[in-house]
Design a binder for this molecule. Structure first.
Ligand SMILES: CC(C)(COP(=O)(O)OP(=O)(O)OC[C@H]1O[C@@H](n2cnc3c(N)ncnc32)[C@H](O)[C@@H]1OP(=O)(O)O)[C@@H](O)C(=O)NCCC(=O)NCCS
Length: 177
């Protein structure tokens, strides 16, 4: 899969670069991001952050499309948005927003833009979004991004603290309005 850049108003979604590693290191150490992602924050040093960035910059396997969410004005790194497990017209979407950028609907706008691209350009049919029931901000992002809730998955995912949490499954179809 070829890299893309997606403009979304004052946001620019662009491929990850090595230079993002220090900001990623700081973001992955944020307690909320560490909690609601699988990696936790135990060993997030410069090397781990650089590997994280390089994995997401490498789209060659065709199974993910991961983008840095940045300010189109000054290039500041604001967050992360990714399509994972792209296969047979399906994918799942994940995201985080750096602490300093929260409260401005950055994740919502990034999820909407990447989903539109997934349907229009990648030809996907269904994109799933899962979040811990204990993470209501993420539920709000999902609902507002047009991903209705489909049900609750019991103790379905091990998050950053190593514990299993119930999750809400949300999804959007290409044919949804
Ligand atoms: C979830 C997350 C991406 C949202 O960040 P954001 O893009 O800045 O979103 P906002 O702060 O603008 O909040 C989005 C909505 O959630 C609401 N919200 C924020 N914190 C909330 C909370 N603790 N409880 C309930 N609602 C909350 C906001 O009021 C807003 O609602 P609105 O759309 O009605 O205005 C961010 O909190 C984050 O990175 N969390 C840690 C990582 C994470 O949870 N990733 C998702 C894993 S599934």
């Amino acid at each position: 899969m070829e890299h893309v850049e997606l403009a979304a108003g004052e946001l620019l979604l662009r491929p990850w670069q090595d230079e993002d590693a220090p900001a990623v290191r700081d973001a992955l150490r944020d307690p909320a991001i560490a909690q609601w992602n699988p990696q936790g924050d135990d060993l997030i040093d410069d090397e781990v952050a650089l590997l994280w960035v390089r994995r997401r910059a490498d789209w060659s396997a065709g199974d993910h499309a991961s983008l840095a969410v940045t300010s189109a004005v000054d290039g500041e790194l604001l967050g992360s948005v990714s399509l994972h497990h792209i296969r047979n017209g399906d994918a799942s979407i994940g995201y985080w927003t750096a602490p300093a950028a929260r409260g401005r609907h950055v994740a919502l706008r990034a999820v909407v833009r990447l989903t539109d691209w997934a349907f229009a350009d990648l030809g996907l049919h269904r994109v799933e979004l899962c979040h811990a029931v204990a993470n209501p901000a993420s539920c709000r992002v999902a609902e507002r991004a047009g991903y209705p809730a489909e049900g609750t998955l019991r103790e379905s995912y091990r998050y950053g603290d190593g514990r299993r949490y119930d999750e809400h499954l949300h999804a959007r179809l290409a044919t949804d309005r």
